[in-house]
Each structure stands twice: as structure tokens, then as C-alpha cells.
Design a protein around this ligand. Structure first.
Ligand code: CAA
Length: 258
């Protein structure tokens, strides 16, 4: 499929989606989010892909939902079409690991998109924010919920109520991003980490992702029980036998992803 707003590449076992609407700082218009959904479906269906990276440009990961596209929508338009959640949540539903490599602005829907990924690597020029309040609306793709879980109530409340941006240092300190990388190294580093993950047992990686995500969705007791069951089920995989044999035999594991 030919894309108008994203560039899709594969590098070995890693799928790369580059948001590419430079004139609008990668604002997430309807067409872009639909294209992202198609690209993610294709990567999920491709057995040769073990991890996915979503990135933008040096100036902007994404400056939010497309304000010009949204401005004249009525309540009935957005309600009937389940505006935002319908296409965007595809990222959060991905079973394969997804890394957000964020440089420049990640605002509004851009910040929300990054938070739907499994973890965020930030360039040193990254800026995160939920400025919707300044537009007379509120975050609509999970920002009030996910940001609060990442950085806690006080900081999330301040950011959502004032629209203030957070730089990369503050984002790392607050737990929003896993690491800061110099801007010039961001893409290489994200691809390197993704390749490392893609080299591991793919079914076990998916089980691990599911288990960490449970921590956000249930009580500690239920989450620990879920983790125990999944941990037990890894013993039904060939990859667990291979991984542990390789350790005992002092060699690298050759996972078959089954
Ligand atoms: N939607 C549509 N167009 C956007 C956009 C957006 N979210 N963000 C930037 N653009 C466009 C600008 O209109 C401008 O286009 P023109 O050249 O045609 O005028 C172009 O991108 C470049 O932007 P600026 O000239 O504003 O660039 P700047 O460097 O001066 O400022 C910025 C950068 C601070 C990011 C500023 O563009 C900005 O504040 N953008 C809007 C951020 C925002 O409010 N995001 C939240 C959107 S609502 C949302 O996301 C809802 C939700 O929860 C899903």
C-alpha cells in the first residue's frame, strides 16, 4: 500500500513507522491514523517482524491530533464515529512490542500516542505536553489516564490543567520515558533495542508484555496470579528449553519463536 503520511520500512526483524507530515509537525489527521493502523496490522501479521518502532522527525514526534480537521466537528460527529479511540487505540492493542522514539514535540495526541507504546526513548530535545485545555477541550486519546499512571497525579494534573510542557530531563525523572538519547543517536538506538528484543523468543516476549500491562489493569494480587500462570506457561515453549540449555552450555540461545 502507498502511504501519504507515514513511511514504513523494515530493518531485519524490526518494523519502522515514521510519521511523515512535516508541514503540520506530524499532526495526527484521520488519514495518518488509518495508515498507521494498516501498517501495524501488516507488521503484526508478519512472522518475520519481532518488534516495532514508531518515530517522527527531529522537530516533532507529533504535535497532536489535527486541530484544523477537528475544529468544525460536532458532538454528533465525534460521538457517532467514536472519534480518536477507534483508530488510535490500535497501537495500544499491538501484541508485539512497540517502542516510541520521540524527538521534538510530543503534544496532545502525540504524547498520548507515545504513551500507548510499550516504552518511550526520548531524544534530548523531546518535549511532552497535553495542551488540549488551551484549545477548550481535554485529552481524548488516554492522556488524562495514562499520563497520571506514568507520572502521578500532581504532575499529570498540573500538565493537563495548564498545558505546560515537560522536557526530556523532567520526563525521565518522572518515569514517562525510559531513557534519554542524544538526538543524532535516537533512531539507531531505538532500532538497536528493538532488534535485541526481536532476537528473543517472540511468544515469550508477548507473554512478558501482557504480564507487565496487567499491572495497570488489575489489583496486585490478581496481577501476580496472572504473572504466575504466564510464567508457568513459558515452560510449555521450546524457547524456554533452548534459552536455559544455552545458559547451562555457555552458548548463545537460538530461539525458534515457538
Ligand atoms: N494540528 C494541525 N496543524 C498543526 C498542529 C496540530 N496539532 N500543530 C502544528 N500544526 C501546523 C501549524 O498550524 C503550522 O501550519 P501552517 O504552516 O500551515 O501555519 C505548522 O504545523 C507549523 O506549526 P507552527 O508554525 O505552530 O510551529 P511552531 O514551531 O511555531 O510551534 C508548536 C510548534 C508549539 C508545536 C505549535 O505548532 C502548537 O502549539 N501546535 C499545537 C499543539 C496542540 O495543541 N496539540 C494538541 C492538539 S488536540 C489533541 O491532540 C486532542 C487529543 O487529545 C487527541
Amino acid at each position: 500500500m502507498a502511504y501519504n503520511n507515514i513511511i514504513v520500512e523494515t530493518q531485519g526483524a524490526v518494523g519502522l513507522i515514521r510519521l511523515n507530515r512535516p508541514k503540520a509537525l506530524n499532526a495526527l489527521c484521520q488519514e495518518l491514523t488509518e495508515e498507521m493502523t494498516v501498517a501495524l496490522d501488516a507488521f503484526e501479521a508478519n512472522d518475520d517482524i519481532g518488534a516495532i518502532v514508531i518515530t517522527g522527525s527531529d522537530k516533532a514526534f507529533a504535535a497532536g491530533a489535527d486541530i484544523k480537521e477537528m475544529q468544525s466537528k460536532t458532538y454528533m460527529d465525534v460521538y457517532k464515529n467514536d472519534f480518536i479511540t477507534a483508530t488510535w487505540e490500535r497501537v495500544a492493542r499491538c501484541r508485539k512490542p512497540v517502542i516510541a522514539a520521540v524527538a521534538g514535540y510530543a503534544l496532545g495526541g502525540g504524547c498520548e500516542l507515545a504513551m500507548m507504546c510499550d516504552f518511550i526513548l526520548a531524544a534530548d530535545n523531546a518535549q511532552f505536553g497535553q495542551p488540549e485545555i488551551k484549545l477548550g477541550t481535554i485529552p481524548g486519546a488516554g492522556g488524562t489516564q495514562r499520563l497520571t499512571r506514568f507520572v502521578g497525579k500532581s504532575k499529570a494534573m498540573e500538565m493537563c490543567l495548564t498545558g505546560r510542557m515537560m522536557d526530556a530531563e523532567e520526563a525521565e525523572r518522572s518515569g514517562l520515558v525510559s531513557r534519554i538519547v542524544p538526538l543524532d543517536d535516537l533512531e539507531d538506538e531505538a532500532l538497536k533495542v528493538a532488534a535485541k528484543i526481536a532476537d528473543l523468543s517472540r511468544p515469550v516476549v508477548m507473554m512478558c508484555k501482557e504480564s507487565v500491562n496487567k499491572a495497570y489493569e488489575t489489583t496486585l494480587k490478581e496481577g501476580i496470579m496472572f504473572e504466575r500462570r504466564v510464567f508457568h506457561s513459558t515452560f510449555a515453549t521450546e524457547d524456554q528449553k533452548e534459552g536455559m540449555a544455552a545458559f547451562a552450555e555457555k552458548r548463545s540461545a537460538a530461539f525458534k519463536h515457538q
